[in-house]
Design a protein around this ligand. Structure first.
Ligand code: MG
Length: 464
């Protein structure tokens, strides 16, 4: 497996596509040339384009459709759609690729472009490099005037997608009678999750359900801080649970019946348990920052956890490579390959809904039964110039435990406790993550390695 590619090697594409502040970094000029490069990379193939509900999304939608068509692509204009629905349709319709216009969970002033291949998942970074090369060399191939095809609008985009979610729930319940609060973050997920939950017989309360690129309800990232009001609404509505999406609907964070925000690893653990109950021995794919809870559950079912660098692109592409069905991230992203190997907040909503309905237990009760782990997050300043040398020095630290160095360094201090030290891709710092069965132990491990890292950074600075 290849490790994480340093962000400094990439000029345009970041962790999830190209993103920036509209009319500063992210301009229509950039989008036009970039989509001409994308269309050239895909050799003028049939492609789909969709967008989220941001204020600038419609102008980028028209621009990208025009750019792709100018280099000979047959373009299906899907208009406003969730990222996972676009990804599913790319695969389902047998298209060569697609482009999603979204800045996902970023604040309202941002927008961006994500490029998907024929399996519906984001292109691996090596292929994004190819597109960058065409872009920077202005090496696009304009089509002959006779071969410029008008982009075609698509009206019906959600029925087949929602049907696929239902088909992949393995016996979807139709009369759950669960009361569910959906917080759509004024984003496009309102087009997908409520219609799915209605099919499952849920009673719905939708908040922040009007699509509005100003995000008047809350910021689009589903963090506990941004979900304070949603927490109160879940308990006031006496809902069985709440679902909070990000701006483009690929992530779902859950709130239990008391309005308590559940950690993404916990819902991933519930889904892993439910999946392995039916498919013991199947591999589970997850980034190295995920909780050991997943591994503990997997071991119980004779399954292996395969780790990737941090980032959904790595999870999706490794799942395709090793034919894994289930993947997940600690931020509330769940990937189910029989549907599409990309994170999908609506699919995740269906999975949790089915588990709560079948187990006949509250979400908080289901979470209480999971193995207990505590995570400590910390960071340490480190200039960009010595990050590589410091990472190298970390590698040579003596350790008795198992070590994974696919993205920073992860060391298992005991079979159930680990430390992960990763250089940030964008900021001058190292991120420190420690997990253990008790909070005290996690803190102790974090402190110990922070001191070690601090010594290494000082020594690298002296030698620089
Ligand atoms: Mg997203």
């Amino acid at each position: 497996m290849s490790g994480a590619i340093s962000l400094s090697e990439r000029k345009l594409f970041g962790t999830n596509g190209v993103r920036g502040i509209v009319n500063e970094e992210m301009t229509t000029e950039l989008a036009l040339k970039l989509s001409m490069a994308i269309g050239t990379y895909f050799k003028g193939a049939e492609m789909a384009v969709g967008c989220d509900g941001r204020l600038s999304s419609p102008i980028f939608l028209d621009t990208v459709c025009a750019g792709l068509a100018s280099v000979g692509c047959r373009v299906w204009n899907l208009g406003m759609i969730t990222t996972p629905a676009l990804q599913f349709l790319t695969k389902d319709w047998g298209l060569k690729g697609s482009v999603m216009i979204t800045a996902s969970h970023n604040p309202p002033e941002y927008n961006g472009l994500k490029v998907m291949g024929n399996s519906g998942v984001e292109l691996p970074h090596e292929e994004e490099f190819e597109i960058e090369r065409i872009y920077f060399a202005s090496n696009w191939k304009l089509a002959d005037w006779k071969n410029v095809k008008t982009p075609l609008p698509v009206a019906e985009k959600f029925p087949s997608y929602i049907q696929s979610v239902i088909d992949n729930l393995d016996g979807a319940p139709t009369q759950t009678n669960l009361k569910v609060l959906v917080d759509a973050a004024n984003g496009v997920s309102v087009l997908a999750t409520p219609p799915l939950l209605e099919r499952l017989g849920c009673k719905l309360k939708v908040v922040n359900g009007n699509i509005d690129g100003n995000f008047p309800g809350r910021l689009p990232e589903p963090t506990p801080e941004n979900l304070r009001k949603t927490s109160k609404l879940v308990s006031a509505a006496k809902a069985d649970f709440g679902i909070a999406h990000d701006g483009d609907g690929d992530r779902a964070v859950f709130l239990d019946e008391h309005g308590q925000v559940c950690w993404g690893d916990q819902t991933f653990a519930l889904i892993t348990q439910d999946f392995l109950e039916r498919y013991p021995g199947e591999k589970i794919v997850t980034p190295i920052s995920s909780s050991h809870m997943i591994q503990e559950i997997a071991e119980k079912y004779g399954s292996e956890v395969v780790y990737t660098p941090v980032g959904s692109v790595y999870v999706s592409n490794l799942m395709l490579k090793i034919h894994a069905k289930l993947g997940g991230e600690e931020n509330g992203g769940i990937f189910y390959a029989p549907h599409v190997a990309a994170r999908d907040g609506t699919m995740t909503s269906g999975m949790i809904c089915k588990i709560v309905a079948e187990e006949r237990k509250t979400l908080s009760k289901l979470i209480t039964r999971l193995p207990k782990y505590y995570i400590i997050k910390d960071k340490l300043f480190c200039p960009h110039s010595i990050k590589e040398a410091a990472t190298e020095a970390l590698r040579s630290l003596p350790t008795k435990g198992e070590v994974l160095d696919i993205d920073g360094i992860k060391v298992w201090v005991t079979p159930k406790a680990w430390i992960l030290i990763r250089p940030s891709g964008t900021e001058p710092l190292f991120r420190i993550l420690a997990e253990a069965p008790t909070k005290g132990m996690a803190q102790k491990i974090a402190n110990k390695y922070k001191i070690r890292l601090s010594r290494i950074i000082k020594s690298c600075l002296r030698n620089a």
